[in-house]
Design a protein around this ligand. Structure first.
Ligand code: NDP
Length: 277
C-alpha cells in the first residue's frame, strides 16, 4: 500500500504539491512520543513533508486553539493531527472541532464523522478502523454477509469501525454487532463472530474460548505489561491472548505489527487525499 501511495505522491509532486502533515503533541506521554516519531518518519520515507510541533504539558487551551488557527490558514499544511490524549485541562473536543474539516486527516471532526457515517467518500475515515478494513480487503477476507463483532465503542475505533463495515461496498456489507462494558455475556457474543475486532485496551482479555473456530481476529489493542526479562522492563501485548486464539482462528493479527503499521499507512493515505482534494 505504501508503494501504491508513492506513485500518487510522485504525481502530486510533479504538479508542485508536496503533501504535508503537521502533528501536534502536547506533553510528554511516552507512548505518544513513540507514535509521533513513527508518524513523522513514515511521512518522510514516503516523500511527504512532515512537521512535529511539541508543546509543554501546561500549554493553555487558548494557545493550542491559536496554533490550530494558524495551521488551518497555512496552505502548505494539508493535514493536521492532534496526538491524543491531551492533558486534562484541555477540552479535547473543543480542540478537535477547531481543525478545519478538510485538514482533519484523523477524521474526528463531526463533519467527517457524519460524512463517513453516510458513506460520503470525501470524508476522512479514522486511520485505525480504515486500516482494519483495508487489512481485511487486501487479505481476501469477505466481509459481505459476514457477522462482524466489534468489542469497544470508542469514537476512535469501535464506532467508526461499525460505520465502515456497514457500508455498501468492498470491505462493507457485514452484519455488525458492537459490544461494550455493559454487554451481557460477552463470550457468547464474541463466539458468534466470523470477524472479531477487539479494541478494548485490556491486555489479553479475549481468550481462545471466546473465539469461534475459523474466525478472523483483528486485535487493535496495544497494552504495556511489565516484563523484567524485556530490555525496557515491559512488552507490548494486544487485547487478545494471541497464542491461544491463533489455535482456533483462521487468521489473526499480531501485536505489535498488525493494526499499528496499517494505522500509520492510512494516515498517509488521508494526508495524500487531503492534498489531492
Ligand atoms: P477506549 O478506552 O476509548 O475504549 C475501550 C472500549 O472497550 C470501550 O467502549 C469500553 O466500553 C470497552 N470495554 C472495556 N472493557 C470492557 C469489557 N470488560 N467488556 C466489554 N467491553 C469493554 O479505547 P480505544 O478505543 O481508544 O482503544 C482501544 C485499544 O486500542 C487500546 O489498547 C488502544 O491503545 C488501542 N489502539 C490502537 C491503535 C493502533 O494504531 N494500533 C489506535 C487506537 C487505539 P465502555 O464504552 O462501556 O466503557
Amino acid at each position: 500500500m505504501r508503494a501504491e501511495l508513492a506513485g500518487e505522491i510522485e504525481a502530486l509532486r510533479r504538479r508542485g504539491i508536496v503533501p504535508g502533515l503537521t502533528v501536534v503533541l502536547v506533553g510528554e506521554n511516552p507512548a505518544s512520543q513513540v507514535y509521533v516519531r513513527m508518524k513523522g518518519k513514515a511521512c518522510e520515507d514516503a516523500g511527504m513533508k512532515s512537521d512535529t510541533i511539541r508543546l509543554p504539558a501546561e500549554t493553555p487551551e487558548a494557545d493550542l486553539l491559536a496554533l490550530i488557527d494558524r495551521l488551518n490558514a497555512d496552505a502548505t499544511v494539508h493535514g493536521i493531527l492532534m496526538q491524543l490524549p491531551l492533558p486534562k485541562h484541555i477540552n479535547a473536543n473543543r480542540v478537535l472541532h477547531r481543525i478545519r474539516p478538510d485538514k482533519d486527516v484523523d477524521g474526528f471532526h463531526p463533519e467527517n464523522v457524519g460524512k463517513v457515517s453516510v458513506g460520503d467518500p470525501t470524508g476522512f475515515r479514522p486511520a485505525t478502523p480504515y486500516g482494519v478494513q483495508q487489512l481485511l480487503v487486501r487479505s481476501g477476507v469477505e466481509t459481505k454477509g459476514a457477522h462482524a463483532v466489534i468489542v469497544g465503542r470508542s469514537n476512535i475505533v469501535g464506532r467508526p469501525m461499525a460505520s465502515l463495515l456497514l457500508q455498501d461496498g468492498p470491505g462493507g456489507n457485514a452484519t455488525v454487532t458492537v459490544c461494550h462494558s455493559r454487554t451481557r455475556d460477552l463470550p457468547a457474543v464474541t463466539r458468534l463472530a466470523d470477524i472479531l475486532i477487539v479494541a478494548m485496551g485490556k491486555a489479553e482479555f479475549v481468550t481462545g474460548d471466546m473465539v469461534r473456530p475459523g474466525a478472523v481476529v483483528i486485535d487493535v489493542g496495544v497494552n504495556r505489561v511489565e516484563d523484567p526479562t524485556a530490555p525496557k522492563g515491559y512488552r507490548l501485548v494486544g487485547d487478545v491472548a494471541y497464542e491461544a486464539a491463533r489455535e482456533v482462528a483462521a487468521a489473526i493479527t499480531p501485536v505489535p505489527g498488525g493494526v499499528g503499521p496499517m494505522t500509520i499507512t492510512m494516515l498517509l493515505y488521508n494526508t495524500v487525499q487531503a492534498a489531492r482534494q
